[in-house]
Design a binder for this molecule. Sequence first.
Ligand code: IPE
Ligand code: IPE
Ligand code: MG
Length: 260
Amino acid sequence: MPVIAQPAVAVTDAVESRRPVAASVSTPVPAHVAIIMDGNGRWAASRGLPRVAGHREGAQAVRRTVESAIRNGVGWLTIYAFSSENWRRPHSEIVDLTGLLRRYLKSEIRELDKNGVRLRFIGDRQRFDPDIQADLAKAERETQGNKRLNLTIALSYGARAEIAAAARAAAAAVKAGQLDPAALVEDVFEGFLHTAGTPDPDLIIRTSGEKRLSNFLLWQAAYAELIFLDVLWPDFNDSHFTAALAEFGRRERRFGARSA
Ligand code: IPE
Ligand code: IPE
Ligand code: MG
């Protein structure tokens, strides 16, 4: 599938006014964009480089994407950085990835904070070394007052594990007499997920050409628009992001109802 085309530059004032830069796409802008950042290994292999070089370059693409999200007035951005299944990779790659995460947390937080980004992490953070867990908590604490962009990074995240943990927590609440099983409706159940308080993603983008969700936000993605791009994550840039927003703007979301 080809990378979708650069959109015709367009549109108007009302929504554009919250965007600092001459904007780029038609409304409506998705409130929440989630991205499966895939293809680092293939990017490196195609250049005869070690996989870690692809992961390093992927971190640059994260920087660009955060800027694009802010520029386009996207309020929520969730990125899939490491899945619960990625622990199955060779030890050496895990060491590389956790090393990059350590460095990212040390080097980026000040800049993100300055840009009004609030950080959150979802996933099983207990599996990381204690120093990383401490840095994750610190980043969340230090950016919690920011409002420009809500950036959620999924780390050691798996949707099935998240849903199972939510079911366990709900069952415990029932057992403790704090929750009536009949009251466990969708909205209440959502309160037990890692993403409690976060709007569902309107748009999920996956790079690298793979067309699957790989255990990402399975509950939350129920009505997300999906865009799969034939671009490797380290090559992902503002024009891809903007084109995806434009494609989103052309889709009709019906949520099971009918168009007028
Ligand atoms: C995505 O790139 C990053 C992680 C999953 C950690 P990959 O490492 O999966 O790259 P490919 O898919 O092998 O090219
Ligand atoms: C999905 O990519 C996870 C992340 C991007 C963090 P993978 O490369 O792990 O997915 P599969 O194995 O191809 O499904
Ligand atoms: Mg991959």
